[in-house]
Design a protein. Sequence first.
Length: 382
Amino acid sequence: MLNQTKFFSLLSTIIFTFLSFSSLSASTSDSVLLYTPYTKISVSPGQSVEYSIDVINNSHHLFDGELRLWGIPRSWNYSLKSGPYNINRIAVLPNDRKSLTLNVEVPYQVNKGTYAFRISAGNSVLNLRINVTEKGSSETEFTTDQLNRQGNASSTFSFRATLKNRTAEKQMYALLADVPRGWTITFKSDYNQVTSVELDANTTKDINIDIKAPEEVEAGTYKIPIRAVTSSTSADLVLEVVITGTYQMTLTTPTGLLSTKVNAGGEKKIQLVVKNTGSSELNDIQMKSENPSNWEVTFQPLSIAKLSPGKETTVYAIIKADKKAIPGDYVVNMEAKTPETSSTISFRVMVQTPIVWGLIGTVIILAAIGGVVYLFRKYGRR
């Protein structure tokens, strides 16, 4: 009878101890919380997501438990740290908390969608989701914010492009371009002229592209294909250059002779030729001159309303010399000018003595000689 009583007493003690331990464990586990403020984050392929997670022990007992992560795709990399250390188990004092950092790397080659996973500590589970906003790839990207530039043929067309290596390996890209004959193109990276650039995996580099057309190019729109090529991947970029045309003209004479003669006070009518040597129409061409003091230059006509590319027209310049101009060479500068371009010539004008004054001088000289001869004859015999 006594043995039976001892048995039941021992059994009761064991059951009470077990129930107390179970109650303590349940109470401890239920009092541990996992918390992060952002449970769903949207990112693009190739980005990393960093979670700051608090393990909160609201109980009056020490929590020492495993940390487990479920549901992350196998191709994704992640790390769970507390401070500088990777961890998979944590101990938290009663009424205290510890901070964890969960870093999840979304690969470039990934489908668009929402990916759910969870982390647990004891019986506490924190559900997390990452929303991938677009389908990723393992390719190269070559992009620019501005695909087209406009200007005349003398302009330099500058583009700023970004080359992105979205592969998992370092790549050496050759930079190629298909430009029309006579055009030039220059690639620059880090302020240096280059023909190729090297990019580490998942990195980007800015490429400056300068394009210059020949001066005689016709107005129009030109497509310039650009390529960044390696042995395993490539990317294309098509730039657009809009040429508004060139503005050029020449002012000359029909023979090319830039000199004439005139008497003092006299005038001379000079035929000039204005030619549009550019690829754009010239409008409102004004004729101007710089003259010696007291000289006059007038143009017929004074202005040209418009002149098409490759065409020419005749203008007459009437040069009137000063009445008191002494014999010698004088320069008259004549100019054809528009807001876009101009052409100037220096015209040499030689002022000569009038014929009548030459005859008068000759008569005076002859009279003087005759007087000497007369005097010699009359008084020479004495």
